[in-house]
Write a protein that binds this ligand. Structure first.
Ligand code: SAH
Ligand code: SF4
Length: 377
């Protein structure tokens, strides 16, 4: 059986090399070729002995998931669609900004958590991505972006930040996630700072503690509601790990975190979670958790049952948080012309869950049919 070397972090590759009777420095060399230089052809790894190259060719491969499509938005956002087999595809989005380039990657095909406003959740769960499929998104995007930029100079980075905010719940795929995170941080691979790698979770409390131990990176928590009553409906995992437990887990995480705050993500749903009273209740909820808020204008998808809060409402909501002393930003919606905005990362929605029906009962307004939306400034 051919082994996919993208499945290994440095420790895993070293022990696989040891099983082949090879020294640890060989593993480091191959790691650099693969991840720093984007090389998949063992014959091109010129400082590796010919005999070892021949052995690698017969036993191993560097195999990322094949690319189905690669689309560029008018605003520079770029969306890659990767084939992970059995009719499943996952998406990766590159978001260039003046001072950084962020790659948003997926951790699962579909998601089991069924958040009411999320098109990935609507799809239902298909399967966990392997480490190779997770890191392969960064591997592929780095290669393609460097190629299109005509190569990159030493010290320059096109992808400076990685966020696990694509499809799936990263903490529900912990064992495959950790080696991928370690590769992102490894100086022989991508060498990103812990502060520039962010895991976003809907709040799987015990696994937040495991992440803090195994590989503390920046943490974003999808809050979306100030009370258990509402969060139970919007983010059903809340029934298992309610807000008091989640806030306590955030405080514990901060002991290990590379940043001294948690980012709370909050999707702005018209008439559902966006009142002044909701904002004030949030201030009370997070009073003991050093944090920032990132308000995400809801990105509609067919039959979602929700509408995006109007811009004035979002501004007023943000003002209450800011006046309460919390740094609050509103996410600019980007890549809408190529369906690359948050929560739209499912391509064609296959509603395998019953969420579709249940969700509609929650929202005040009937389902919007298309994305006739204003862009946030
Ligand atoms: N499963 C993880 C990470 C992926 S989702 C999590 O839930 O945190 C990344 C972010 O996009 C989350 O905050 C999620 O709640 C948000 N999101 C999902 N659907 C959305 C939509 N339709 N509009 C705006 N944000 C959405
Ligand atoms: Fe899963 Fe996150 Fe979507 Fe919830 S918001 S269904 S946890 S991907």
């Amino acid at each position: 059986m051919v082994v996919n070397l993208l499945d290994f972090d440095a420790a895993g590759l070293t022990s696989w090399f040891a099983q082949q009777g090879e020294k640890p420095f060989r593993a480091r060399q191959v790691l650099r070729w693969m991840h720093q230089f984007g090389v998949s052809d063992f014959n091109a790894m010129t400082d590796i002995a010919k005999s070892l190259r021949a052995k690698l060719i017969s036993t191993a491969a560097v195999s990322p998931a094949p690319t189905i499509s690669d689309k560029l938005s008018d605003d520079g956002t770029r969306k890659f669609l990767f084939d992970v087999g059995n009719g499943n595809a996952v998406e990766t989005v590159f978001i260039p900004e003046d001072d950084r380039g962020t790659l948003c990657i997926s951790s699962q095909a579909g998601c089991a958590l069924e958040c009411a406003f999320c098109s990935t959740g609507r799809q239902g769960f298909n399967r966990n991505l392997s480490t190779a499929e997770i890191i392969g998104q960064l591997w592929q995007a780095s290669r393609v972006l460097a190629r299109d930029a005509g190569g990159i100079k030493a010290g320059e980075r096109i992808i400076s930040n990685v966020v696990l905010m694509g499809m799936g719940e990263p903490l529900a795929n912990f064992d495959n996630l950790i080696p991928a995170l370690r590769l992102m941080l490894d100086d022989n691979a991508y060498g990103l700072s812990r502060r520039r790698v962010t895991v976003s979770t809907s709040g799987i409390v015990p696994v937040m503690d495991r992440l803090a131990e195994a590989c503390p990176v920046a943490l974003a928590v999808s809050l979306h509601a100030p009370t258990d009553g509402l969060r139970d409906k919007l983010v059903p995992i809340n029934r298992k790990y309610p807000l008091a437990d989640l806030m306590a887990a955030c405080r514990r995480y901060l002991v290990h975190a590379p940043r001294d705050f948690i980012t709370f993500e909050y999707v702005m749903l018209d008439g559902v979670n966006d009142s002044d009273a909701d904002a004030r209740a949030l201030l009370h909820l997070v009073r003991d958790v050093p944090c920032k808020f990132n308000l995400i204008p809801f990105n509609p998808f067919p039959a979602s049952g929700f509408e995006r809060s109007p811009n004035d409402r979002i501004r007023q909501f943000a003002a209450i948080l800011i006046n309460g002393g919390i740094v609050t930003t509103t996410r600019k919606t980007r890549g809408e012309d190529i369906d690359a905005a948050c929560g739209q990362l499912a391509g064609k929605v296959q509603d395998k869950s019953r969420r579709g029906q249940r969700a509609i009962g929650l929202a005040r307004a009937p389902a919007p049919i298309s994305a006739g939306v204003e862009l946030q400034s």
